[in-house]
Design a protein around this ligand. Structure first.
Ligand SMILES: [Zn+2]
Length: 259
């Protein structure tokens, strides 16, 4: 017997009813790519969304003429513009060097602090258990964020935050993007256009055809739409995004095998 069978969970409504979301991503653009549809949908429903980006995005280029400093600055502005389009209210930056983020106690503590500051009901992050994922920032950011979600409600964890006036806070739902074991579909038909507009702001990530890299934006627009169409087809939606949605109870000792 799984916990989710004992206490049936409507995972999609846990997400859609969120009033506050803290979305912890590795790079400026991660959520716009993989969750831009639900982010815009939540914002339209009045949800207060904060992006917390763990790295400065300074390494993601194959163009030797772009310095790390310049790229970090550019990507911060791109993320600001994309966030505005999707309706994301707040941007927080941890500023670790792109490609070098480690799930240290220090980094975990900073995410716990952000949880205690923003007090979200849903914490979103990248699935750190995605098979074959080789980008260390994606794995390490997802891990640190999941650990933080597990610990932020404990009164004896990072007690230094309490002298800053913060209080413990337990998130009620964790939502993992880029998951191979997704269990929740979200209809993003209405917000696909906003997602594409937001993605288009990340110009530094879409090189011309003569350069190596992600390739031109038009290719990515086609890929994003066809992936969303594929997920949507499984549930009779035009476009869908998929997530692994878990409750904290399911994220400890594998109580549910969380299907
Ligand atoms: Zn990334």
């Amino acid at each position: 017997m799984y916990v989710s069978e004992l206490f049936p969970i409507d995972r999609a409504s846990l997400l859609i009813k969120a009033k506050k979301v803290l979305a912890v991503q590795a790079h400026p653009d991660d959520f716009d790519f993989f969750a831009g549809g639900i982010i815009a949908k939540l914002a339209q429903r009045g949800c207060e969304i904060t992006y917390l980006t763990t790295t400065d995005g300074s390494r993601s280029t194959t163009n030797p003429k772009i310095t790390p400093e310049k790229l970090a600055e550019t990507r911060m502005k791109e993320q600001e513009r994309a966030a505005k389009i999707l309706g994301v209210k707040h941007l927080m930056w941890l500023g670790y060097t792109d490609s070098e983020f480690q799930p240290t106690l220090e980094a975990r503590g900073k995410i716990i602090r952000a949880i205690r500051q923003t007090r979200p009901d849903v914490l979103m992050t990248l699935d750190p258990w995605l098979p074959y994922e080789a980008h260390p920032d994606h794995v390490n950011t997802g891990l640190a964020a999941c650990w933080a979600a597990m610990l932020s409600g404990f009164t004896n964890v990072n007690q230094e935050h309490f002298s800053e006036g913060l209080e413990p806070h337990q998130v009620s739902t964790v939502c993992l993007a880029i998951s191979a074991k997704y269990n929740t579909y979200v209809d993003i038909t209405e917000t696909m256009d906003l997602k594409i507009q937001a993605l288009a702001q990340h110009k530094s990530q879409f090189q011309s055809e003569t350069e190596v890299g992600l390739g031109p934006f038009e290719i990515w627009e086609t890929i994003i739409k066809s992936v969303a169409e594929g997920f949507g087809r499984e549930k009779g939606m035009k476009y869908a995004e998929v997530f692994k949605v878990l409750t904290p109870l399911e994220m400890h000792c594998n109580l549910s095998l969380a299907r």
